[in-house]
Structure formats: C-alpha cells, structure tokens
Design a binder for this molecule. Structure first.
Ligand SMILES: Cc1cc2nc3c(=O)[nH]c(=O)nc-3n(C[C@H](O)[C@H](O)[C@H](O)COP(=O)(O)OP(=O)(O)OC[C@H]3O[C@@H](n4cnc5c(N)ncnc54)[C@H](O)[C@@H]3O)c2cc1C
Length: 482
C-alpha cells in the first residue's frame, strides 16, 4: 500500500474501474494523482463484472456484427424516452470501441463478443478473469505511472477552496487527515448499502424487499460530498435490478439449480398466481422490475420432473452468464437438486403434490392448484391467452415431483446521484460546473431514466464506469492547466 500522500493535484474517491481509469488518464496527462479506497482491498463492485458494452469494436467487425453507433444511440434514447443526458450518452457510445482497444493495450484480454438475449445486438465483450482482471491491470499501470493508491482510507469531506476544492479529509488509522489537492474525482460507487436512502428514493426496504449483491459499505459518501459542494442531484432511485432464484449464502453464485429455476416455465407471485410472460426471463431489467412490484421481496419459479428431464436431455432455453449457454444440458441437475433439497432451506422446495409444494411455499394450496391447472390448459392449447408467452415455453407441470425456488429481488448497484455534463464535470441544477469537481461511474446521474438500460446496450454499466473515468481524467488535467 502507498504511504499516505499529504498532497496531490487530484484526489480520486474510490478505486473501482471508474476511479482507477480517471487516475490513469490524469497521470498520463502529467498530474500527481492519489486514489483513496474505503475498503481494505481495491476494485469494489468492479471486481465482478463479466462483459463490457461496445459498438463498432474490432471484435465485432471481425464477426460482421452490423450494429452502428447511431443505432445504439437511437435505441438507448428511445428506451429512456430522452429523459437522460444525450451528449453524455453519445460520447459514451462513440468512445466504446476505442475503449476496448485501450483496455487491451493495458493487458486486458477478451474472450468473445456475445449476448444472452435472443433478439438483442451483440455488444457484450466478455473479459477473461472478470472485472477483477481489469482492476488488476489498471492497478499495475497506475503504479507504473506513479499514482498513489491508499486502501482502508475513506474520504469523509471535500474542503472548499477559493475556486474549487482545496483538499479532502481522509480517515486513516482512526484519525482524520487533511490532504491538499486542487481537484476531486468522485468515484465511490453509489449508495447500495444505505438503507435510509434506498427507502427514501426507491420505497424499498434493504435486506427485506430488495437485496444488494457485490456491494459493500456503499453509503453514498461521494454523492453526499458532491451535493455539499453545490452539485445537483440526478438519477437517484434507479437500481440495477435483477431477480435471483434461489438466493442465499447456502447457494453458490450461478449454480445448476438456478440455471433450471430461471427458465421461462411457470412463475407465481407470493399469493400463488401467475403474474407475467415468463418469456421475459432473458431480460434482467424486466425481471427485476416486475419482481420489485411485490413488497414481500420475492416471487416463485416452478418446474417439475418432466421439465427437469427436458433441461437434462434437451437443454435449457436461456443461458446464465458464461456458466450456462442456451441449449446446454444440465447434466448434474438431479444431483444438485437432491443436495439443495437436503438443505431444508426456506428458499427452495420440493414436494410430491402441488398442495404439498404450496404448503412449503406458504401460499394457499387452492390458489396454486387453480394456477397450475389453468397453466396446463394453456400448455395443451399451445396458446397463452393470459400473457402471450411464446408457445415454445409452454411446458405443463404434471409431476410426479414438483419444485419451487423463491426468486428474490436483488440489485447490482445504484445508478445515479450527481448531475454531470458530458465532460463529467459535476454541475449545479442550472448546469454550471462546480470547478474542479468530477463524478463518474455509479455516482454519476443522467444515463438511466428509471431502469438499467440493458437490452440494446448490454454491458453499459461497466463501459460507463471505464469511459466516464477516462473522460474525467482527460478533463481534470485540462482544468488544472487552465
Ligand atoms: C455481481 C455483479 C455482476 C456485474 N456484471 C456486470 C456486467 O457483466 N457488465 C456490466 O456492465 N456491469 C456489471 N455489473 C455492474 C458493474 O460492475 C458496475 O456498474 C461498475 O463496476 C461500477 O464501477 P464504479 O467504479 O462506479 O464502482 P465500484 O467498482 O463499486 O467502485 C467504487 C469504490 O469506491 C469505494 N468507496 C466508497 N465510498 C468511499 C469513500 N468514502 N472513500 C473512498 N472510497 C470509497 C468503494 O469501496 C469501491 O471500491 C455487475 C455488478 C455486480 C455486483
């Protein structure tokens, strides 16, 4: 770990890819940069991402993937009904392909360019070694460029100078230390663990109706400090929602049973009634949104032995990250099912009758029986008059054994907080920049109107973290030279 620097040109709050990228670019431009990280290790949520968005990359061109920047931009803006910062979106999309080259030059390797949705453009560039490999490559380069990186050093306050920031207050070994600087990049990764803000801005209860994944100690520190400096708020309340079944510490991340449970078969709400076209199984944002309507924090996914056999012998419909590909046969499903059932968990159940299953799910057996009977009739007709699901997914449930997984509403991060312009300068409510203050990655607002924009720009969260960091790094150097 670097010594505590007492002075720097630029202080970066947070060592995820947004902060590290800003630091790298600024150091490249000749600035003295210090990165402060709250946790004992670097990388934050960025350690977990799998794929990065880009359009027009060399990998895409090699595969004749004909998706243009213009089309990506139009799709993005339409999805968000123009309630986002168009110049910011455009710069993100325009710089995405060269950012893949930039990452490769750092030593990051990409495995393939793909997608996990049947009708979405192939924009998802899979990183070898997940985000952790990107963090590692960036940290190495940062060291080479003389960037100081301090872990276990939360930034608590930005000190106001005559024009912009004059320093920051960092907690180190239990005591507050002032570090002089002339500019600050806020990259603290949002407020996913701040129960009060989550309730205030989303109406959801942390840990009960919605659960964060891959986020630790994210209290919105950077957002609060930017607001204290006069920056406006934008994008509060937008979550990177997903739906996970089954969920809990006893279930490994992306396991085979989850691979079966997330298929578009039969899903019911906490009362035991069907609630959506399960064909939305491919679209995480839609899944998270529909699930978050239930204040219990969960719905259920059902299947039976015949469907289980289908997944083992014929394969699954949807994939799961790079772990399960569409059409994969779940060879170890029987074994994994037995193991999960032996845990007697409150998240995954098996029973020899619908009524028995209902009892374990704590739903009215008559309601569940009616739902399953009705669903089986729709399957026989091969027409879903309730939600117009693709008939391919209309597989009936006839037993002999039935399974149910609780599908929890989870989220991978909060998406917004500080209003910025396309140069990533923090701005006030009338778009006037706060001198020397920048916000990037999950701390920045203006990219997602009300939901994570996933279908047409898959991988956009990590791409935005990297690209906004690059833009901030370039602009903060210009600011220092002015
Ligand atoms: C399981 C999982 C899978 C994902 N998969 C994908 C994917 O495949 N594609 C994709 O595009 N996106 C994905 N995402 C989302 C993506 O990882 C994030 O949006 C992105 O990495 C955020 O980067 P960031 O730099 O803004 O925040 P972070 O990486 O979280 O970095 C913020 C850092 O700031 C630190 N910090 C907080 N407060 C302070 C303080 N006061 N002082 C100093 N430091 C502080 C935090 O500890 C953290 O290390 C995934 C997320 C998760 C959880």
């Amino acid at each position: 770990m670097s010594e505590m620097p007492m002075e720097a040109d630029i202080a970066v709050v947070g060592s995820g890819v947004s902060g590290l990228t800003a630091a790298l670019e600024a150091a490249q431009g000749g600035a003295r940069v210090a990165v402060f990280e709250k946790q004992p290790s670097i990388g934050g949520t960025s350690n977990f991402f799998e794929g990065i968005f880009a359009v027009g990359s060399a990998m895409q061109r090699e595969k004749y993937i004909a998706y243009s920047r213009d089309q990506a931009f139009k799709n993005f803006m339409e999805y968000n009904h123009w309630r986002v910062n168009a110049r910011l979106v455009r710069s993100l999309i325009n710089r995405s392909a060269e950012t893949i080259d930039w990452l490769q030059a750092l030593g990051v390797e990409f495995l393939e360019v793909t997608i996990n949705m049947p009708d979405a453009p192939r924009t998802y560039h899979i990183v070898k070694g997940r985000g952790q490999a990107v963090v590692k490559a960036m940290a190495l380069k940062a060291k080479e460029r003389g960037v100081a990186v301090r872990v276990s050093s939360p930034v608590k306050q930005i000190l106001k100078g005559k024009r912009g920031p004059s320093g920051i207050v960092v907690e180190c070994d239990g005591k507050d230390t002032e570090v002089a600087c002339r500019a600050v990049v806020i990259a603290s990764g949002g407020y996913a663990n701040n129960a009060e803000w989550i309730r205030k801005y989303t109406g959801l209860d942390l840990g009960r109706t919605v659960t964060p994944m891959g986020n630790v100690g994210k209290m919105g520190d950077g957002i609060r400090m930017a607001w204290e400096m006069g920056a406006a708020a934008e994008g509060m309340g937008v979550l990177h929602l997903i739906r996970v079944a089954p969920f809990g510490p006893e279930f490994p991340f992306m396991n085979t049973v989850e691979g079966a449970a997330i298929q578009p078969v039969l899903w019911v709400d906490p009362k035991g009634e069907r609630f959506c076209d399960e064909g939305i199984a491919y679209y995480d944002t839609s899944l998270g949104n529909v699930n978050s309507r239930y204040k219990q924090g969960y719905t259920f996914c059902l299947f039976d032995d015949t469907i289980k056999k289908h997944f083992i012998e014929k394969g699954v419909f949807r994939g799961m990250g790079t772990v399960v590909h569409p059409g994969s046969k779940l060879h170890d499903l029987d074994e994994q099912l037995e193991h999960f059932l032996s845990l007697n968990s409150k998240e995954f159940f098996g029973a020899d009758s619908i009524e028995g299953l209902a009892q374990k799910m704590e739903v009215d057996p008559r309601v569940l029986r009616t739902t399953v009977d009705r669903y089986n009739v729709l399957c026989a007709k091969k027409y879903d008059e309730e939600f117009a699901k693709n008939p391919e997914y209309l597989l009936p449930l006839n037993g002999p054994r039935f399974y149910a997984a609780k599908a929890r509403t989870c989220f991978l991060g909060t998406m917004g907080g500080v209003k910025i312009n396309y140069r990533t300068e923090a701005v006030d409510e009338f778009d006037s920049p706060i001198p020397g203050l920048y916000a990037v990655g999950l701390d920045a607002g203006g990219l997602h109107a009300e939901s994570y924009s996933m279908r047409d720009t898959s991988g956009i969260a990590s791409a935005f973290a990297v690209i906004s960091g690059r833009v901030a790094g370039e602009n903060v150097v210009k600011y220092l030279k002015e």
